[in-house]
Design a protein around this ligand. Structure first.
Ligand code: SF4
Ligand code: SF4
Length: 288
């Protein structure tokens, strides 16, 4: 199934686009498809976001725009993204995906959501009692606000659907070698989550942020990853035919890096301080 829903006067109406307002996250969810568990840095300026989506709005109109990361509430100007997005894409459903930890840093968020008709989804990542004790009051707060304001504040339970798109951790990261891109794509729960990153459109998060991740762990010359690093994202220089072809693609070579039968992870760790280890292997450490 194509990500294009309709094409009107040269504008492709597509399913969804994700934007990292920041790569930073406070949690370490083992196997995060955005690699946000690896302590990446960098946030998007609101002005840059405006520039990007203004340019893309001439050819694209997503049905849903997801503001996420990383953890979007770590961006001090999160609410401004909502107003900019609403101004440029009046019909798009605006959606914030958050782990909830820092909602209290944005006292104006609820009002901004009312004014821009936005939604928020709290991702629930673990059944660990210590974690649930932390987020249960947040869930309760959202429930109360939902009842009082009618704003769409929902939960997304990630505990039963979590999968990994690679093996290993950090320096030992490797793509899967199932060599069955069609099967990988068919079973993929990220296949309609295109990313707007570096002012280009990418198939999904594991592809969009792959270079950033491999650079951090000195893996850009690893022959196992090279075929996937050659992936070509979509830029504004593309012709309408090239855009149509890109947006209509289903499985492709890059899907070969993902598992054909994604293993369910029911006991993932979420705590960065709770034992995440990605140390440099001894041989690589000596060489640098
Ligand atoms: S909360 Fe977990 S899944 Fe969400 S961005 Fe952070 S590390 Fe990734
Ligand atoms: S590369 Fe393909 S299979 Fe892997 S996450 Fe992206 S869309 Fe899914």
């Amino acid at each position: 199934m194509s990500t294009i829903l309709e094409e009107v006067n040269g504008v492709f109406r597509t399913r969804a686009i994700d934007v990292h307002v920041t790569h930073v996250c406070n949690l370490h969810c083992d196997g995060c498809k955005h690699y946000s568990n690896y302590n990446h840095k960098g946030s998007l300026e609101v002005a840059t976001f405006r520039e990007w989506i203004s340019a893309w709005s001439r050819v694209l109109e997503p049905k849903r725009l997801h503001l996420l990361g990383g953890e979007p509430t770590l961006h001090p100007e999160l609410t401004k993204f909502l107003y900019v997005a609403r101004e440029i894409w009046p019909r798009t459903v605006l959606h914030i995906t958050t782990n909830g930890y820092f909602l209290d840093r944005h006292p104006n968020l609820l009002q901004a959501m009312i004014e821009t008709n936005a939604r928020l989804s709290l991702s629930v990542h673990s059944k660990d009692p210590a974690y649930l004790a932390k987020i249960d009051p947040i869930r309760e707060g959202l429930r109360k606000h939902r009842e009082e304001t009618g704003v769409d504040l929902m939960e997304s339970d990630e505990t039963e659907v979590w999968t990994r798109t690679y093996t290993g951790v950090g320096y030992s990261m490797k793509p899967y070698k199932d060599n069955a891109p069609r099967e990988s794509w068919t079973h993929c729960n990220a296949k309609y989550c295109m990313q707007l990153h570096d002012n280009r459109i990418w198939k999904c998060a594991p592809v969009a942020y792959l270079r950033m991740q491999l650079e951090k762990f000195d893996l850009t010359t690893d022959p196992d990853w090279l075929p996937y690093l050659n992936y070509k994202s979509l830029g504004l220089e593309a012709s309408p035919d090239e855009m149509r072809e890109f947006l209509s693609r289903e499985s492709e070579l890059v899907c070969g890096m993902c598992p054909a039968k994604p293993p369910r992870i029911l006991d993932k760790t979420i705590d960065w301080k709770g034992g995440f280890i990605a140390s440099k292997p001894r041989a690589a450490a000596k060489a640098s």
